[in-house]
Design a protein around this ligand. Structure first.
Ligand SMILES: [Zn+2]
Length: 140
């Protein structure tokens, strides 16, 4: 009986050990996710402070902020440029003759001067014609 009790004890302590370890891992991931949430909140709050200060100063930083403000203005200009480029790229259509991309508003292809389709420029990418011309040259 004494022996059985001991076995039982060691079994439960073993089980406890396992569950404690599992619990510890779960606690850790729970704590980690809580930490990440709070870090994200902090990030957002700092960003709000930065944006508000930037707006308040109307982009004219004083002292040590001057350099950071310059960087912000620079990167903002870059992102604006990229957005415009993306917008233009989105509105590009392939030329039915050479397959080169031209603004959908253009009446003639930039590459070969072929007249572009006058209307329905966004929903007709002229897929039938480009498959023929694509086989030979990709750029000319
Ligand atoms: Zn063309």
């Amino acid at each position: 009986m004494d022996f059985l009790n001991k076995v039982g004890e060691s079994l439960t302590s073993f089980g406890n050990g396992m569950s404690a370890r599992t619990k510890n891992i779960m606690d850790q991931s729970n704590l980690n996710s809580q930490l990440r949430q709070h870090e994200n909140t902090l990030k957002g709050l700092y960003e709000t402070i930065g944006r508000q200060y930037y707006a308040e100063k109307q982009g004219k930083g004083e002292g040590e902020y001057a350099e950071i403000f310059e960087q912000v203005a620079g990167v903002e200009a870059l992102t604006d440029e990229l957005r415009k480029k993306i917008e233009i790229a989105k509105s590009m259509v392939p030329c039915p003759k050479c397959g080169g991309l031209t603004e959908s508003t253009s009446r003639f292809c930039k590459n070969c001067g072929n007249p572009m389709q006058p209307s329905g420029n966004t929903d007709t990418p002229a897929a039938k014609d480009t498959t023929q011309s694509n086989s030979g040259d990709t750029q000319s």
